[in-house]
Design a protein around this ligand. Structure first.
Ligand code: ADP
Ligand code: MG
Ligand code: ZN
Length: 511
């Protein structure tokens, strides 16, 4: 198969995502009072409603509706005051009532968008000559470094319920094929689930990956889900088709399932784009089918040919009255939305002078942002930039650090008491303990002398001794200062502050 970059020269990849998110932070299920929990013994959180007993009546979870409205507002959707629940019929043991309660043509949230900032290596997956966003109208403006912002339209976010969890035993990679037994746990059945569907506006596997990442950050910040791809509380299907560059008609798409990491999403789309290109270039046709991503073999395989909407016999659920959301209800949801990652990033740039990419990294994850802000509050004034530097470069390796420890190490760095590589050693030593980094620095005698009075005699001694180098300096070889700093460090047995030595040397040489 050809490489992605090669394929994308001739073909345009068109990608749309369907993302399911369980509202894991709620206490109860969507239509009954059963507890929402992932750790209880199988089939203990069940009742006549979520087991689909005849005559049981569903009652919608008010807080789940509030959460989906928050999700819609945070993704710039129009909130539909009137919408309703439908029954989507299918026969499979993971839904005891033989239909899933979901929404029809009108979802609670319609027509939103997220702006995607694409930078670094990933930005080059989209060929530079492509100047329009996926909507075919918005110009894509490139920065000098190739980065760009692409608006990605969201078609809808609707409310539905999750199915039971099935475990197939004895088969290959947990699939039903060749399994000897299938186990079923109805605890998950009826879990509030929101499904977001994008317009086919994504153009590269990297854009798809970044979209998912941004969505995860947004929903996490809203506090509506733990958004774990690994555990399946956030699940993503990737739809992709190819068309010749310049063509406007959409090609036939395939849909990728079993994507449980950001890398899988990227790699599955990359593989599928290359596979489709090969099929099309050999004169074959791409079938509309659902394919399964096999991460261990790095390929997709056919799962089933696509069922059509007619097969589901979708009709309004007679047990559930249509919604009439009031303005008060929507405003109450809006008031609950915390500062979102983009706004937070911009604030960090404006208030602390951070680099945009660093600010975005810190603002993206709510718990990282919280640690950062707590650390800044505890650190000396003006040390915010150092705190950011520590958090971006050092903290990911030392997860168990407390804000007070981050503030302390930042203060030490800020006053040049230690170097960055010393900071690394110190953090390793205090990680997971409640020890103060400053105490470790003192204990190990690491603190650099940053007192001019103590360093000056050393500088004078070195300048008096190294007459050749001093002459070279005056002859224009300014780089020789590096050698002189080295001599000062040696004379101070490594305890002097190299930056201060440098400054003092230059002062005296220029005097
Ligand atoms: P289905 O009925 O097969 O689920 P939908 O029309 O609901 O298809 O679209 C599902 C997802 O696939 C959406 O994200 C949509 O943007 C995307 N999509 C639709 N058509 C195409 C296509 N030709 N190529 C790529 N993605 C597509
Ligand atoms: Mg679909
Ligand atoms: Zn129940």
């Amino acid at each position: 198969m050809k490489k992605l970059a090669e394929v994308l020269k001739d073909w345009e990849a068109v990608i749309g995502l369907e993302v399911h998110t369980e509202l894991t932070t709620l206490d109860t299920k969507m239509f009954c009072n059963c507890k929402l929990s992932h750790d209880d013994p199988p089939n203990t959180n069940v009742c006549p409603v979520c087991l689909g007993m005849p005559g049981a009546l569903p009652v919608p979870n008010r807080k789940a509706i509030q959460y989906i409205v928050m999700a819609g507002l945070a993704t710039n959707c129009q909130i539909q005051r009137r919408s309703m629940f439908y029954r989507k019929h299918y026969f499979y043991p993971d839904m005891a009532k033989n239909f899933q309660t979901t929404q029809g043509p009108v979802a609670i949230c319609m027509h939103g968008h997220l702006d995607l900032a694409v930078s670094g290596e990933g930005a080059s997956e989209r060929p530079a000559w492509e100047t329009l966003a996926g909507d075919g109208e918005t110009p894509i403006e490139r920065e000098k470094d190739g980065s760009y912002v692409a608006p990605i339209r969201i078609l809808r976010i609707h409310m539905e319920e999750d199915a039971a969890k099935m475990v197939h035993v004895g088969g290959e990679e947990g699939r039903i094929t060749a399994a000897t037994e299938s186990l079923i746990d109805y605890n998950r059945c009826g879990t509030p689930l929101i499904e977001l569907v994008t317009e086919p506006d994504l153009r590269t596997p990297e854009e798809a990956r970044l979209f998912m990442e941004k969505l995860q950050q947004t929903f996490k910040t809203l506090g509506i889900s733990d958004c774990s791809l690994e555990s399946g509380s956030m699940r993503c299907d990737g739809n992709v088709s190819l068309r010749r560059r310049g063509e406007t008609k959409l090609g036939t798409k395939t849909e990728m399932k079993n994507i449980n990491s950001f890398k899988s999403l990227h790699d599955a789309l990359e593989y599928e784009i290359c596979r489709q290109a090969e099929v099309l270039e050999e004169g074959g046709i791409v079938y509309q089918e659902t394919r399964h991503w096999e991460p261990s073999r790095h390929r997709t395989v056919v799962m089933r040919v696509k069922e059509t909407a007619d097969d589901y016999r979708l009709f309004p659920d007679p047990d559930l009255a249509p919604f009439d959301l009031t303005d008060d209800f929507i405003e109450e949801a809006r008031a609950k939305i915390p500062e979102l990652p983009d706004a937070k990033r911009d604030r960090y740039v404006a208030d602390f002078g951070l680099k945009r990419a660093d600010a975005a990294q810190l603002a993206g994850d709510p718990s990282t942002a919280e640690t950062f802000e707590k650390s800044v509050a505890l650190a000396p004034d003006k040390a915010a930039k150092t705190v950011a530097k520590v958090m971006v470069n050092l903290v990911p390796a030392y997860k168990a650090l407390a804000p007070a420890q981050i503030a302390s190490i930042s203060a030490l760095l800020d006053e040049d008491a230690i170097t960055f590589s010393q900071a690394k050693d110190v953090l390793e030593a205090v990680d997971g303990t409640d020890r103060d980094p400053a105490a470790v620095v003192d204990e190990r005698g690491m603190r650099q002398v940053s007192d001019t009075g103590a360093l000056e005699p050393i500088v004078d001694e070195v300048l008096a001794r190294c007459t050749d180098q001093v002459q070279q300096y005056h002859d224009g070889n300014k780089k020789v200062v590096g050698y002189l700093v080295g001599q000062c460090m040696k004379a101070s047995k490594g305890t002097g502050n190299p930056k201060l030595f440098n400054k003092l040397l230059r002062q005296k040489l220029e005097a």
